[in-house]
Structures are given as structure tokens and as C-alpha cells.
Design a binder for this molecule. Structure first.
Ligand SMILES: Nc1nc2c(c(=O)[nH]1)N[C@H]1C(S)=C(S)[C@@H](COP(=O)(O)O)O[C@H]1N2
Ligand SMILES: [Mo]
Length: 266
């Protein structure tokens, strides 16, 4: 063993040691050997790393686990830190669109019994709290005019009003509930559903919204109650809320299931 080590150190001292060169040829040869060895080592380690990545097990949806970890880390940073700690820019009423764009009708099917609608809140105790529209209309009203953004690439300044989710929480003593990490919401028929992190739900611009342009919401825009959550893309702004629940696991989310970022933060 000692002999081998001595041989190796002799080789390296020859290669890198400070010496007088007898010719330019020798100097060139030495530099070529060094470059070739460095290149070989880099090539080999690159190949090894690539093979290692290929050998990693895949998730059910075919995404390499280690790449997936990268995505998830990004989601955590961008979803949690950036999206819910700032106020979204607001606009004067004069800039709000009169004809508000309509997009997405999943869960807004025919046969909705709007006269008997109530909001169902699943409490952590297991009890269900039911709140009729008249009680929601009686809570303090907050308005917002902001640039609503859809992931499909359009945006529009629009004018909404409703009760802040955080005010609703106070009014109905949902203090145990908001200790949880996420809020799950779905349409009465459960066909469209979203999950939102608690910090974004408790953001002062997040509304349980019942008005657009000083009037009730049109049916296609979520009458009687929708979510307006300016720190998120349109996909999270669920129209026609039927049920609300709380959990520490991520609630199911319609567009996350279809490959979009779970947090969809702005
Ligand atoms: N119930 C329900 N809510 C929904 C959708 C949907 O398909 N069904 N689409 C979402 C998307 S992608 C967007 S951009 C907004 C559009 O809201 P608007 O129709 O009021 O413009 O609603 C969101 N909420
Ligand atoms: Mo959207």
C-alpha cells in the first residue's frame, strides 16, 4: 500500500511539481496531460451523475423523484413566502371593466337550487355550521378593484365586494379551524374544488364575494358566493362556494390535479 502511495505521489510531483523545463515541447506535453486528465474526470463524473439520475425511481405520474423535490421546494418558497405577504395593487373604480370576462364553468351546471343555497362549514369538531346568504350580507362589506389574472394569459381590472374571509372567521369563531394549514372549498355539486394555504386565505384582500360592479354576482360568475383571492391566479377563485373545510394536508385541487402549480400564487 505504502509503495502504491509513493508511486502516486511521485507521479503527481512529476506532473505538477515546479521544475526547470528543458524544452517548450516538454511544457506543452505536461499541460496536455493535465487537461486530458481533468477532462476525463469531468466526463466520468458527469456520466455517473446522469446514470444515477436515470436509476432513480419515478413517481406515479412519471416525474423523477429528485426533480420532483426541486419542484416542491420551489412551490414552498414561491407559494408561501411571496404570494401572501404583500398587498395586491388596487385601482380606482373608473378603471374597472363594465363587461367582466367569464371563464370556466366547471361545477356551475344546470339544476342548481339557488333559493335553498346555504354555505356549509365543516368545523374541526366535526359539526357542520350552515350560514344563509342573508347572514353573510349582514357582515361588514369590503370592496376591491384589482387586476384579476388568469393563467391562460389574460387579465382584467374588475370590481368585487364581499366579506373578508378573516372577518368571517372572527364572526363565526373559527379560531380552531384557522390553526390548520389549508382551507378546502368546493362547489355544491363538488365538481370544482380548490385548496388554499391558510396565510393566503387570511390575507386582508381575500373575500367571500357576493357582488360584482355593485350588483349580485351573475349565476355564471358564482352567484350567490364566490372566492376572490387577489394573491392567487384565477384558477383558485372558486365560483359558487358550497362547502368549506379545514385540514393540515393539502385539500384536493382541480387544476393542481391537472398539472398546475398547487399554490398558483402571484
Ligand atoms: N366553479 C368554478 N369556478 C371557477 C372556474 C370554474 O371552471 N368553475 N374557473 C376558474 C378560472 S380558470 C378563472 S380564470 C376564474 C374566472 O372567473 P370569471 O368567470 O368571473 O372571470 O374562475 C375560476 N373559478
Ligand atoms: Mo383561469
Amino acid at each position: 500500500m505504502k509503495k502504491i502511495l509513493a508511486k502516486i505521489s511521485w507521479f503527481f510531483s512529476k506532473l505538477f511539481g515546479r521544475r526547470q523545463y528543458t524544452s517548450v515541447d516538454q511544457e506543452i506535453r505536461r499541460k496536455t496531460i493535465i487537461s486530458l486528465s481533468v477532462f476525463t474526470v469531468l466526463l466520468f463524473s458527469g456520466y455517473k451523475a446522469w446514470m444515477w439520475l436515470l436509476e432513480q425511481p419515478e413517481d406515479a405520474d412519471g416525474v423523477e423523484r429528485h426533480l420532483r423535490k426541486g419542484f416542491e421546494a420551489n412551490e414552498k418558497v414561491f407559494g408561501k413566502i411571496f404570494s401572501n405577504q404583500h398587498m395586491v395593487k388596487t385601482f380606482p373604480k373608473s378603471e374597472a371593466a363594465e363587461k367582466v370576462r367569464v371563464n370556466g364553468d366547471v361545477g356551475l351546471g344546470e339544476g342548481f337550487d339557488y333559493k335553498n343555497w346555504v354555505l356549509n362549514i365543516q368545523k374541526v369538531s366535526g359539526d357542520i355550521l350552515t350560514v344563509p346568504l342573508s347572514d353573510i350580507l349582514a357582515l361588514p362589506k369590503t370592496e376591491i378593484i384589482y387586476d384579476f389574472k388568469c393563467v391562460e394569459g389574460w387579465s382584467q381590472v374588475s370590481h368585487w365586494a364581499g366579506v373578508r374571509f378573516s372577518d368571517f372567521v372572527e364572526k363565526y369563531n373559527l379560531h380552531e379551524e384557522v390553526k390548520m394549514g389549508y382551507v378546502g372549498m368546493e362547489t355544491p355539486d363538488a365538481k370544482y374544488y380548490v385548496g388554499v394555504d391558510m396565510a393566503s386565505m387570511m390575507h386582508p384582500q381575500t373575500l367571500l364575494c357576493y357582488e360584482m360592479n355593485n350588483d349580485y354576482l351573475p349565476l355564471i360568475q358564482g352567484y350567490p358566493l364566490r372566492l376572490i383571492i387577489p394573491v392567487k391566479y384565477g384558477i383558485k377563485n372558486l365560483k359558487r362556494i358550497g362547502n368549506i373545510s379545514f385540514s393540515n394536508e393539502k385539500p384536493r385541487d382541480y387544476w393542481a390535479e391537472n398539472g398546475y402549480d398547487y399554490y398558483a400564487g402571484l
